[in-house]
Design a protein around this ligand. Structure first.
Ligand code: DAH
Length: 354
């Protein structure tokens, strides 16, 4: 009898486990626990047993009934769980997925590149940040001991122990992206139009408008008949587009007023500085433009014949224009950022606003 009970239990357990639907489970329930089922017949047969056997087998038979009952209930729950499809409430609002932010300098850099690409310019990336004195100064018509060098507070790196063929190769962290004019022209022939975004360094005290590390975008267009009118058109287009790119608004251009002031940069002649009418006050005078109504934004000019000669171009045949613009300066004006150091603080409260 002990053996029989054990067998029924194992058999029932196995069959219940293998059962795949509620209908066959119901049949198993009848088979084992039903009035004419196997467990009931055992319980019924207890009456014919001796008192001694009743005492040992009785509880076993009873617990067999309970155990099979539990097997069945557990199985019912499993089958129901499997059947239950998850309830999706399609009216619940979606969860906002947090995305990262582009740094404002990346955003403005992309915008500037896009504007120039649309005007047929190639983007010339790279160029060494550790530059040599020849490219940073000499080839750009800034000879040694020339006062113009003092405008560039330079981080000198290290004297090279291997000076190459008469070229001055004292190393420095480039103070502007203009050396890329030379590097590009050495390898390419006109006509061409390029912009060169890049990081530059100046050895100076930091404050709200000065950093030791910042970004410039250099522009250079050279050809047989590239003239100052071409330059004015490109600059006007650039500022019109740059200050009318607004998120979610129409990209209708507005006209930015531009002022050309004579200035001096050794690598251009004539050299000029370019101001735009204050984007905040529209020229009335405010704290951003220090009351003048104008903002100084770039240095520019027609490429100096000496620069063209330095790269082996014939200055009688070719001419061109160049300008350099500070990326941070433009971003500060466009996004109304009061302090250049904010770009490099890594403060998410600042970056998350873009
Ligand atoms: N490289 C100059 C600077 O760092 C900016 C500049 C002025 C670039 C005139 C030019 C230019 O290409 O023609 O201040």
């Amino acid at each position: 009898m002990h053996k029989k009970i054990e067998n029924i239990k194992n058999q029932a357990k196995k069959e219940i486990e293998q059962c795949l639907d509620l209908k066959s489970l119901e049949n198993l329930k009848i088979k084992y626990l039903g009035r004419k089922g196997e467990v009931s017949s055992i319980l019924r047969s207890l009456t014919s047993l001796s008192v001694e056997d009743k005492r040992t087998i009785g509880p076993k038979a009873q617990s067999l009934k309970n155990e099979i009952d539990i097997f069945i209930k557990t199985k019912i729950r499993n089958l129901l769980d499997k059947k239950r499809t998850p309830i999706i409430d399609i009216t619940t609002p979606g969860k906002k997925i947090k995305t990262g932010h582009l740094h404002p300098l990346t955003i403005i850099g992309k915008e500037i590149i896009e504007i120039f690409k649309n005007m047929g310019f190639s983007v010339c990336d790279g160029g060494p940040e550790i530059e040599n004195e020849y490219y940073n100064f000499d080839a750009l018509n800034i000879p040694k001991n020339h006062p113009a060098r003092e405008m560039h507070d330079t981080f000198w790196v290290k004297k090279s122990s291997n000076p190459s063929k008469g070229i001055n190769d004292n190393l420095l962290l480039r103070t502007h992206t203009s050396p890329m004019q030379i590097r590009y022209m050495e390898k390419h022939n006109p006509p061409f139009r390029i912009i060169v975004p890049g990081r530059v360094f100046r050895y100076e005290a930091t404050d709200a408008s000065h950093e030791i590390n910042f970004n410039h975008i250099e522009c250079l267009m050279v050809g047989e008949d590239v003239n100052f009118s071409n330059f004015k058109y490109i600059v006007q287009e650039f500022f019109n587009k740059l200050f009318s790119i607004r998120k979610r608004s129409s990209s209708k251009n507005k006209k930015i007023n531009i002022r050309y002031r004579p200035s001096y940069f050794p690598f251009v002649e004539p050299g000029l500085e370019i101001d735009i009418q204050c984007v905040k006050c529209g020229g009335k005078g405010c704290n951003i433009c220090a009351g003048s109504g104008w903002l100084e934004v770039m240095g520019a000019g027609m490429v100096h014949p000496n620069v063209l000669k330095a790269v082996g171009y014939n200055p009688k045949k070719y001419q061109g224009f160049a300008f350099g613009v500070g990326t941070e300066r433009i971003a500060m004006l466009k996004y109304n950022i009061p302090d250049i150091r904010m770009f490099y603080d890594g403060d998410l409260r600042f970056i998350n606003q873009f």
